[in-house]
Design a protein around this ligand. Structure first.
Ligand SMILES: *Cc1c(COP(=O)(O)O)cnc(C)c1O
Length: 424
């Protein structure tokens, strides 16, 4: 099936007890066992079924199957936030003494997690000096356990060379973990290019309406954990944190997602609320339609800004003279993300004036909402970083970031036009 169909049907064949057509919200903490023996079999993972919502919930199971199908993965785990997805995906395969090699430009909170929080637990991140896969490769050593990148960076909009990064990762026997939040599986499916694990902030395009925080970890199912029994012992040896299960034996290709669920999530509890799971299912039904309109509106906005005398520069990967053009063309085809950045002439002050004059655009730190949003990264998402760290993350002081929504394009452009006039 194609994306549009998967997004509406995958993972759900109707509720057997009620025949409900929409996915029910199973707002329950626990699930009843038939007997002591049934409970034991569930805990031993001998029979499928639900135990306790911290470990799994039927509403969220549908969502997990749906997102796994959209990304071309074998299984997935929903969690309470994109940040929890990133944390779990990395915690699943690292311990003190290990390192992660990352592309230099990352979402602000991800950068902080990798640069300042994991190191306190003995897990350091080596940031490559550029997006070039050879700069990534140069940092890999025997303690490296993952290569990390965003398929399309937030906020810089850089497009990662996923296929080449996967080749480098596999050459050195480590998985490639890709944050696919900005691109969404509608524009790019990293697993098709060799990524092993995909993480999402569903908070953005997947939910699509700015109502819920949530994350997803998708297991691509292809990394050969079995081939590296010492390096990735957590999948190959009995797991003491889950009564001795050997993940590659019990779960085969879906060992990564299973361990995320039964070790990371079960014991630290960043569980997605089933109600939010339901809202994400609603959002995903229209994901392909919305992305199509986001993409088209963003193209029109980029062209408007490029031609405007008050605009100093526009960073939009759809312009052939943009340094990102070739990579975007390769991975996104003729489409581009609806995230773009620009600078207003007159520097920080004019930029600030333009930002403050926006009416339709909401001034906020989010993206992927049906509503058009504007953000000033230097004063919000990236303000906790030093200027040098900001520059490394692709943020400059005068930069405004737009997440172009799905309102009528004429209204969107009219708002930008009056705000630029106000800044002049
Ligand atoms: C928003 C975002 C996150 C964090 O997701 P939350 O759901 O807010 O925790 C991670 N990565 C990217 C690229 C994001 O845009």
């Amino acid at each position: 099936m194609r994306d549009e169909t998967i997004a509406i049907h995958a993972g759900y064949g109707g509720d057997p007890s009620t025949r409900a057509v929409a996915v029910p919200i199973y707002q329950t903490v626990a699930f009843e066992f038939d007997s002591a023996e049934h409970g034991a079999a569930l805990f031993n993972l001998e029979v499928p079924g639900n135990i306790y919502t911290r470990i799994g919930n039927p509403t969220n199971t549908v969502l997990e199957k749906r997102v796994a199908a959209l990304e071309g993965g074998v299984d997935a785990l929903s969690v309470s936030a994109g940040m929890a997805a990133i944390h779990y995906a990395l915690a699943n395969i690292t311990e003190a003494g290990n390192n992660i090699v990352s592309l230099p430009q990352l979402y602000g909170a991800t950068y902080t997690l990798l640069a300042h929080i994991f190191p306190k637990q003995g897990i350091c991140t080596r940031f490559a000096k550029s997006d070039n896969p050879s700069d990534v490769e140069a940092l890999i050593d025997e303690n490296t356990r993952a290569i990390y990148c965003e398929s399309v960076g937030n906020p810089a909009g850089n497009v990662a060379d996923v296929e080449e990064l996967a080749r480098v990762a596999h050459k050195h026997a480590v998985p490639l973990i890709v944050d696919n939040t900005v691109a969404t599986p509608i524009l790019l499916k990293p697993i098709q290019y060799g990524a092993d694990v995909v993480v999402h902030s569903m908070t953005k395009f997947m939910g699509g309406h700015g109502t819920s925080i949530g994350g997803m970890i998708v297991d691509g199912g292809k990394f050969p954990w079995r081939k590296y029994p010492d390096k990735f012992y957590m999948f190959n040896r009995p797991e003491i944190a889950y009564h001795g299960v050997v993940y590659v034996d019990q779960y085969g290709d879906a060992a990564f997602a299973a361990r995320c669920r039964t070790v990371c999530q079960r014991n630290t509890g960043a569980t997605l609320s089933p109600f939010n799971g339901f809202l994400f299912l609603q959002g995903i039904e229209t994901l392909a339609l919305r992305v199509e309109r986001h993409v088209e509106n963003a193209r029109r906005v980029a062209e408007f800004l490029r031609d405007h005398p008050q605009v100093a520069w526009v960073n939009y990967a759809g312009f052939p003279d943009n340094p990102l053009y070739a990579m975007a063309q390769r991975y996104l085809g003729s489409k581009r993300c609806s995230l773009l950045t620009f600078g207003v002439k007159g520097g920080f002050e004019s930029g600030r004036k333009c930002f403050n004059a926006l009416n339709l655009f909401k001034r906020m730190v989010n993206m992927g909402d049906a509503k058009s949003l504007a953000c000033h990264p230097a004063s919000t998402t990236h303000r906790q970083l030093t200027l040098e760290e900001q520059a490394k993350a692709g943020v400059t002081p005068e930069m405004l970031r737009l997440s172009v929504g799905i309102e009528h394009i004429d209204d969107i452009i009219a708002d930008l036009s009056q705000a630029l006039d106000a800044a002049a």
